[in-house]
Each structure stands twice: as structure tokens, then as C-alpha cells.
Design a protein around this ligand. Sequence first.
Ligand code: DOR
Ligand code: ZN
Length: 465
Amino acid sequence: MSNCDLLIRNCRVVSASGITERDVAIDRGRILALTSDSSSMSPTAKIDAKGMALLPGLIDSHVHFRDPGMVYKEDFLSGSRGAAAGGTTTVFDMPTTVPIVTSAELFREKVSIVGRRSLVDFGLYGAAGVRNVGEIGKMAREGAIAFKTYTVAPPGDRTKEYEGAFVTEAGQLLQVMEAVAGSGLPHCIHAEDDSVVGYLSGRLKSEGRMDPLAHHDSRPNAAEAVSVYQSIAFSRATGARVHVVHVSTKEAVDVIRAAKAEGLPVTCETCPHYLVFTKQALEKMGSRAKYNPPARSEDDVEALWRGIADGTIDIVVSDHAPHTEEEKRMDIWGAPPGTPGVETRLPVFLAAAERRGLGVQGTVRLMSTKVAEIFGVDGRKGDIRPGMDADVALVDLKARWKVRKEDLQTAAKGTSIFDGMEAVGRVELTLLRGVVIYESGGAFAGPGTGEFIPGPKAVRSSSSP
Ligand code: DOR
Ligand code: ZN
């Protein structure tokens, strides 16, 4: 056999299709071969991975790295260091930065700004709203990975982040979904009905409610159920490929299950915080555990796990949404929603999944392979096989530990709701296209190692191989 840049010997290769003991050869940034006899190879460098699992680099298709515009909360460097330390080699960043990404020109600008800082490969969302329907096709051709629309208005002081990305009127949502359907890209919907949330928030505030559960009560299951049902009905009407983000309720799981059975192009995700916390976390941690949609009941948590088991829930992402400690100390109405999680996604999920009898292979599908398929980058990401980008995470699956917020990389580490939680699996080494971007103990590659990953409708795909 031939020369190669790097040989990772004696690893358990975990892919969505199986688990095998192999040596993995990497050359010029790609997987060259998987072999059980590498004696004839002459690699430039070798790693002995005995006892370790080799996972395809994880993909987190839902992060908010706040860059540009709110880098005091996080920037693409601190965010992507967190990703790398958590075994994630590709992130897709939401468009709700400042300025919000509503045009092809703003899209191009964001690619060049964050590309200088990112340690991991990155795709970018475009915002889809009524005022920029004319830009949707252009952003797809520019390389947008997908589009994002909120069905609920933002809090008054965050309009800059959301202007042009929230659509609270049904006819307007239909119009936006027609445009996104035309692009052929997934339409990611934040599904909470604005009028339900508006009515209840107003009522609870006027009753003087200031306890943490007021947040939960103002955004009930019904708010998500109505909006998920609406987006599915509009998928049926327009052909839009709806991807429901951060599903949190039993109702949503049931509606999405039925939509899939009908053959509609509908997919969905949930996040570790909806799988491990109930609304009790809100009572215990107050505003720190405030996120949208809110933490739910035991019954909802059980329904989400059933949704994972039967494939209704396609992927598990972080919805990494950092805010400062000062912001998260505000009262329950004033504090911004959101919680950091890009770095803790794998170990927190593995610990919870183990208790449910779900193994690492299923986890790889939920956090890498299926993510690549939904967003159309499965030709180069999401699996360990010859020809794919050599994005891999070497993980000690036997490691059992507890998350310590002070060890995290995110600028919002002080606000982690996962602090003290049980974790399974420690990421020892993360490689991006064959380059070490993280080594346990805290060695990181420099800023800018990551590349822009254009979506599948890109016309000028300058960064693609
Ligand atoms: O909790 C949340 N925080 N949910 C969202 O939809 C947005 C996010 C943020 O950007 O802070
Ligand atoms: Zn989000």
C-alpha cells in the first residue's frame, strides 16, 4: 500500500453503518483507507489509538456564535474552540447576528468575517422573512446551508438580531415558505405561535408573576403545537422542506411523526437540554435555565426519547445560545433566553443515552451522519470512509466525569446549566481535514483553520474540493 500523511492505528471506528476495529489512513485532508493490515503503509505520522473510539467529526447544525455584532457574548474563535473540544468539526451558524443575514451581500461579508476566526468548518444560514423574499434564491446560490424563520416575535430589545427573520402572520409565512421551497434548501422553523405567547405573557405580567415558572407558563405546549402544525400544513401546500428546530413537546413529536408517515419532506431536531431537564430546572436555576422554547414536563421528555428511538427526531444539536453572566442574572422576564451547549453536547447526551440503552453508533447518526444528510453535505462530511474529509474525533468512551463550567471554552462558560452534570466519553483529539485542531489538555489550532462549507445550491463553491 501507499504512503499517507497520518495513520491512526488500532481504533474502533464508529460510523452510522457499524463499528469496526481498523487502522485509518489519512492523506491530504481526506480519508484514504480503512484497513485491518496497515503493515505495508509508510505514514509520515502515526497515532496509536488503542482503546479509543474514532467518530466522524460531529456536526452541530444549530449554533449562535454572536459574530459579528455581539462578540462580547461569544465570537467565532471562542465558540469554535468549544466546538473542537467537544468533538465537533463543523458548525452551521444561525443568521441572527448583527447585522442579521438577510441578503447575499451580508452573507458574503459574514463568510469573510467569521472565516478569519473559525477553528472548525462552518456553514451559514440565511434569514427568511417577508421583506427579503427576493434575496432567498441569491443567498442559496451564495452558499447558504439553509434558511431560518421564527414564528414568534423577539423581545423588544433584540429586534436588531431578528429584524427580517420573524413572520407572525400566517399568509406571510406561506409566502416566505413558497420562496424557500423554490431554493430547494431546508426551511428551519422556530415554532412558537406569537399570538399565544403574546397573550399569555401579557396576562401573566399583569398578574404580577415574577417567579421562574412564569416563563414556562407563558410559552405552553400549545404554542409549539399550533406552530408546528401550521408549518407542516404549509409544507404540504408549498413543498418546502420543513426542519423544525428544537422540538420540545409531545404534541410536536406526534404531529411530526404523522407528517413523516404521510411522506411530507419534514425533519426535526431536539437538544440535550430538552432531554435531560424538566421545568424543575427553571425553578432551581431561575433565569440561567431560561430558553425558548422552555423546559417542559416529564411526559414531554419521555416523548422526545421515544421520538429519538423511532426516528421521528432526526438529529440532536446544541442550540448553543450564549449570553453574559450579567444578562443571565436578570429577572425572569428581562433575562435573554438561551444557554451554551456546543461543547457539552456529546458527553451529556452519551450519559443520558446510556441510561436509555442508546449506544454510541446511534449517537453518531444523530450528531453527524444524519445532520450531513439533511443539510446536503454528506458527500464530504458525516462518515469515515475513503474520500470523505478527514474530520474525526478520538474519544475515550470509558471516561466518566462531571462537567465543570470553568473548564469550558465558550465565553459564556459561567452560565452553563450543565455544570456538575454526569458526562460519558472524553474527547482526546479532534482532527479537521487531517489537521489537529484540539488535543485534550487544551492545545488548539489557530484561528482561521476552519473553512466555509457552501450549501448544496451554491453556484460559486470556491471552498469546496
Ligand atoms: O433560547 C433561545 N435563545 N432560543 C432561541 O430561539 C434564540 C436563542 C438566542 O439566540 O439567544
Ligand atoms: Zn437557536
